[in-house]
Write a protein that binds this ligand. Sequence first.
Ligand code: GLY
Length: 371
Amino acid sequence: MTVKNFDIAIIGGGVIGLALARALQDSAGSVAVIDAAQDIPPASFAAAGMLSPSFEIAERGAAMAEQLYRFGAYSLSLWADYARGLEDETGLSVDYRADGTLGVAQSNEELDAWKEQADRVSSMGGNVSIISGDECRALEPALSPNIVGAMLAPSDAQVDPRRLTDALSKTLWGDQVTARITEITKCGDAYRLVTSDGTEYGAGRVVIAGGAISGLVSREMVFPVKGEATALHFAEGTVKRVIRSDGAYLCPKAGGRMVIGASETRGRDDFEIDAAAITALKKNAAALVPALTDSRELERWSGLRPGTPDGAPILGRDESGCFLALGHYRNGILHTPAATEAMAALILGIEPAAELKAALAAFGPARLAAR
Ligand code: GLY
């Protein structure tokens, strides 16, 4: 049997795997992306595409919160050029919008929590401010009169993750293999990969960029955090910014599609869609933007976020020499440009940008293996 060999095999065809293949294919020989497709849909398919470093640090321990914020903020700073470059290369829109995020409060207690968050983000150098309910409605007239104030992050942006996936795929000229890898064995300086149907591949280097249930890293390191979401039809322009609250986030996309997410459930690795979760999201969204109350549902879906014990991604190399670029939890889309740049530097043996050195030191797999 002839085994097909690649210089680099990237396991996982979500945005991180695809973006890394794009970054490596000019200089690293044959680069293949191997993805389990329908067997394990990438988390990118379910993501909302918010590029919001200030909004995802609340639960982390202080040290990791700062690393995460800095990494996310650096990645956000790369996004405008990244989106433009991808669109120029492919002729496909990724629906990049830099209209900012409003984290809205429906009570004074919620507003106090946003104030605390704003103080933390400001102390790390972030550009956020607290605004009143009237100022919220001046920015977004569709917001409910019940909104008492918000944290505004004017530099935040968003993209459409499915369009992003399509554009990234279109840039690749190497193999894109649909298969589930079940075994990776080190053979001298190279690796042997076996798929669920027994097909074998060889690879000089392996990058694991698979999701929460790939089975290629332990569940202690990466575990599924299920999320359900829905998209409602809305008149384009009714809401410009991403709106976030405790009960739902609202992301206005091209073509009158309002993505509303997301539930968060640990301990489940199925893709069933719980009708009650969707009903709750719609109710919470309509409490923020009453015009959504009778909006037509376009789609509902579920996905598995790749969670990690400290909520930070895993970027580095394991003891067998495989590169790891996974566990981005709620931030895979935001992290794509920075994670790609960091991992490409590591794989190609070049000096990473100063902003990425601290991230590579903080996000290595050893921190979890040692727990
Ligand atoms: N980043 C949004 C989510 O994971 O639901």
